[in-house]
Design a protein around this ligand. Structure first.
Ligand code: GLN
Length: 540
């Protein structure tokens, strides 16, 4: 059976949930027994999102192999429950870097290098790679941005060529659009959808399905109109009314017949009937009234919630598994330094200090760790959150007042968090951190070991600095336990406080491996402790 390709393009406006729709479609096919993979093509010129500001791009999602990718890959992994790799996401920057390197190397034998065919060939090569590497029967492919953007043109052209090369019967184009609502006349409008389909057609692509997002119910007549004006089968016009529950999207698409339609149109043969029982129960659980626990996220980029997408999802997964609802309080750590926002921290049942870079707001995070330690508030530190927990401990328990990470104070006399030797010589910022999956041995009898119920785990990393082993003994004598260590014994992976209900910090990012049906143990540990603090017993 040839590989089948389902392409997702966006029309009208961005942020209409194209990534979630693509991810949910992946699940529709996986639940019919197909081997599915998902790839995101990002038309911006950065080589990867690793060096982009979270304000620009939201969270950087890290994969097993250390690729720093777009946050949509988090949706793919969470919905389809797969593990993706570095071929699953590429940008214009990567494509050009490759082509230019080949040109410098003389590989083109003096030919003139052009968008067509050199750039489009490289795009197609990378699409082919993901199918080959994963052996997927169905490749779901999302193009970032909106049709009409200058940057996305070579990508769309490459898809048009690919369609002819692999055969029309093996490709399917889904265009995700938006139906604006006009308040004065109280109606939804299809015109922008028509225009964006026209733009897509002008580059030679006719969509096979239109998924029209809307905040209001979409009448049947409107779907007829879209079908007629956009030349799409009526069954392939899918209205998607905004759902409050993210994980309901696959169920809504299934109900709209998207799964069966794709199987039919791509000539696939489903080996199993989808069982939506677990997803339905999950969605019911989300919609149910549940006891609330307040979790404060003390971070640097809290104004943009997308910057902590996976952290937010991991909290939700853990809370759901315990029959709780997490009420997230967003706290800007630099506000805490000015004495603002403390009421949010003080009213929280649990605190998370997530990952981050750079010194802004760092003292606010250290003060938060102090508060959590002294007041015995459940605390989970993620990467930087673990580092500040150690800095605070060194300052206030060991009495090293100027203790710090050398990221924030190069000349501190007590560098309890320091650069690894091999990181010191690095001057390039992109892709030079300790990245991706690394093993961690759990120390028996610790909170972390109890949470995982395992001896050896592998977690995803993205950082430069490490706990400085010169201080290990002193920390241990004063009540900190290093409950997760790299197998060679050299790197601290998890630190926790002995005399505390739950103060745990991990040098890795557990949030990237949390799944709706398989919440991450360290987050479950935090939510359990927070639930107990709030006075709730586990409801199951
Ligand atoms: N800035 C810290 C480091 O590089 C923490 C990184 C993070 O939180 N992801 O080690």
């Amino acid at each position: 059976m040839p590989t089948k390709y389902i392409f997702f393009t966006g029309g009208v406006v961005s942020s209409v949930g194209k990534g979630v729709t693509a991810a949910a479609t992946g699940l529709l096919l996986k639940s019919r027994g197909f081997k599915v993979t998902v790839q995101k093509l990002d038309p911006y010129i950065n080589v990867d999102p690793g060096t982009m500001s979270p304000y620009q791009h939201g969270e950087v999602y890290v994969l097993d192999d250390g690729a720093e990718t777009d946050l949509d890959l988090g949706h793919y992994e969470r919905f389809v429950d797969i593990r993706l790799g570095r071929f699953s996401n590429f940008t214009t920057g990567q494509v050009y870097a490759e082509v230019i390197a080949k040109e410098r190397h003389g590989d083109y034998l003096g030919g003139t290098i052009q968008v067509i065919p050199h750039i489009t060939n490289e795009i197609k090569r990378r699409i082919g790679l993901v199918a080959k590497e994963t052996g997927a029967e169905v490749v779901i492919l999302e193009i970032g941005g909106t049709v009409g953007d200058i940057e996305s043109q070579p990508f769309l052209e490459a898809l048009r060529q690919l369609r002819n090369e692999v055969g029309r019967e093996n490709t399917f184009f889904v265009h995700v659009t938006w139906l604006p609502y006009i308040g004065a006349t109280q109606e939804l409008k299809t015109k922008p959808t028509q225009h964006s389909v026209a733009a897509l057609r002008s580059i030679g692509i006719s969509p096979n399905m239109i998924i029209a997002r809307s905040d209001y119910p979409v009448e049947d007549g409107l779907c007829d109109k879209i079908a007629l004006f956009c030349d799409v089968d009526k069954r392939a016009v899918v209205p998607m009314v905004t759902s409050q529950v993210l994980y309901e999207v696959p169920l809504l698409l299934e109900e709209a017949g998207v799964g069966d339609y794709l199987v039919e149109r791509l000539g696939l043969k489903a080996s199993i009937k989808p069982d939506w029982g677990p997803w339905k129960r999950l969605v019911e659980q989300v919609k149910k009234e549940k006891p609330k626990v307040r979790i404060a996220i003390v971070g640097k980029y809290v104004e943009l919630k997308d910057a902590y997408m996976s952290v937010r999802e991991a909290i939700a997964h853990a809370a759901l598994s315990l029959g709780l609802e997490a009420d997230i309080q967003w706290v800007l750590s630099s506000d805490l330094e000015k004495g603002k926002g403390w009421e949010l921290v003080k009213s929280a049942d649990g605190i998370i200090v997530p990952g981050g870079f750079g010194s802004r707001g760092i003292e606010g995070k250290i003060q938060t760790a102090k508060y959590a330690r002294e007041e015995k508030i459940p605390y989970l530190g993620l990467c930087l959150g673990m580092q500040v927990m150690c800095v605070e401990f060194a300052r206030d328990v060991l009495g090293y007042e100027d203790a710090n990470s050398t990221e924030f104070d190069r000349s501190t006399a007590h560098p309890v968090i320091d650069l690894m030797l091999e990181q010191r010589a690095i001057t390039d910022m992109g892709g030079t951190m300790r990245l991706g999956l690394c093993p961690c041995v759990l120390q028996p009898g610790t909170k972390a070991a109890a949470a995982y119920g395992e001896k050896l785990v592998e977690e995803r990393h993205r950082h430069r600095w490490e706990f400085n082993n010169a201080y290990k003994e002193e920390f241990e004598e004063a009540g900190m336990t290093f409950s997760g260590i790299s197998p060679d014994g050299l790197l601290v992976e998890i630190a926790e406080l002995k005399d505390h209900p739950y103060m745990v910090g991990s040098q890795f990012h557990p949030e990237f491996l949390s799944r709706p049906m398989r919440p991450h143990p360290l987050f479950v540990g935090l939510l359990k402790a927070a639930g107990e603090k709030a006075g709730f017993k586990e409801e199951k």
